[in-house]
Design a binder for this molecule. Structure first.
Ligand SMILES: [Zn+2]
Length: 66
């Protein structure tokens, strides 16, 4: 049985292929990294209010010195 690799579309033998349905370890890793990339992209959409915090400490210190 032969099947096309989902990554590079190269037709490879299914039998004895340790990386099926991929043609090679390289394509298997490409698929895995793209899948992980999509997973990691989800928490990246955090609201901006969580990334920028106000710096109030410096102002208070300056006022006390004066
Ligand atoms: Zn491939």
């Amino acid at each position: 049985m032969k099947a096309p690799c989902p990554i590079c579309k190269k037709v490879v033998l299914w039998e004895g292929n340790a990386f099926r349905p991929f043609c090679s370890e390289r394509c298997q890793l490409v698929d895995l990294s793209s899948w992980l990339g999509e997973r990691y992209r989800v928490p990246d959409e955090t609201p901006e209010e969580l990334t920028g915090f106000p710096v109030l400490g410096d102002d208070r210190e300056g006022m006390e010195r004066d």
